[in-house]
Design a protein around this ligand. Structure first.
Ligand SMILES: [Fe+2]
Length: 300
């Protein structure tokens, strides 16, 4: 059941005397494209140009191929309706406009139906370098290009189906599955003949992390293993302490979808989670992080 909102709101977190409180919303909205101000389009252009320059030689080829095929450019905030014509024909996905963060189950339901929720509003100029929640730039620029890649598009749908299933298994499987999304869709790296490249949307939409994730001595870069990732905590307030490297998108799809998650939850039941910065004996280490600048506590 999709709830339609007539006038889109801009739903953001709230600061209370208890600190940051995320606010969730479930409405699906038409992108109010005519309502974007000149300043909104400039913000898009600034972010687009900056990331395109930074990501040359850092993001994977598939990201640029998707972005070009979708005709995204710095000229103006893209229209979801125009993106959808191309995206739907390529992989059967459609973008839907949303007002902000979705509750987990609502999010999974959309992914399982090949609908990708994109926040309709873009950050303010004073938030150019950092915003604590997803906005249009993160969702559209960061996530949508890879939805043009069939194997990744299938992975995203399978992930949504896996999420709905995990919710029936309980809290622990949901937490484990969230870690998988975090370390792949948001912060994943891929090994290519030209070296490590970025495919995670959280990195692709971040100026600082585009460089840090690949070039800093501080974080670990470790070969992807689905159970390892599902047992590993992560950071929500800083750059990651560890990035996981896939060999190919096919590997990601096979490793996560074939086992259908059930046996993994069973094996991981009651197992303690590894700290975000841990390196294990069994890890395939591309780079062992120096740990410089890492906060000691508060891994999520
Ligand atoms: Fe995201």
């Amino acid at each position: 059941m999709i709830e339609q909102a007539s006038t889109p709101n801009r739903v953001e977190h709230q600061m209370t005397d208890k600190g940051y409180v995320p606010v969730y919303t479930t409405a699906v909205v038409e992108q109010p494209w005519e309502s974007y101000s000149a300043e909104d389009h400039r913000t898009w252009a600034t972010l687009f140009e900056r990331q395109m320059a930074l990501l040359q030689g850092r993001a994977c080829d598939e990201f640029f191929e998707g972005l070009n095929a979708l005709n995204m450019s710095a000229d103006a905030i893209p229209k979801f309706s125009e993106i959808n014509q191309i995206l739907k024909a390529a992989t059967g996905w459609t973008l839907i406009g949303v007002e902000g963060l979705l509750p987990e189950l609502t999010f999974f339901e959309h992914l399982a139906a090949r609908r990708f929720p994109v926040t309709w509003w873009i950050r303010r100029p004073d938030q150019i370098d950092y915003i604590s929640e997803p906005d249009l730039f993160h969702d559209l620029f960061g996530h949508v290009p890879l939805l043009m890649l069939p194997v990744f598009a299938d992975y995203m749908q399978a992930y949504g189906e896996g999420g709905l299933k995990a919710a029936r298994y309980g809290d622990e499987p949901l937490t484990e599955l969230t870690r998988l999304y975090w370390y792949t869709v948001e912060f994943g790296l891929i090994n290519t003949p030209d070296g490590l490249r970025i495919y995670g949307a959280g990195i692709q939409s971040s100026k600082g992390e585009s460089i840090y994730s690949l070039e800093s001595e501080a974080p670990n870069r470790i070969g992807f293993d689905v159970e390892r990732v599902m047992r590993s905590r992560y950071r929500i307030d800083t750059y990651q302490k560890t990035y996981y490297v896939i060999d190919s998108f096919e590997q990601l799809f096979r490793a996560t979808v074939d086992p259908d998650f059930g046996p993994i939850y069973y094996r991981l039941k009651g197992a303690s989670a590894h700290p975000a910065g841990a390196v294990l004996e069994s890890d395939k280490v591309f780079h062992r992080g120096s740990g410089e600048g890492w906060p000691e506590d508060a891994d999520a």
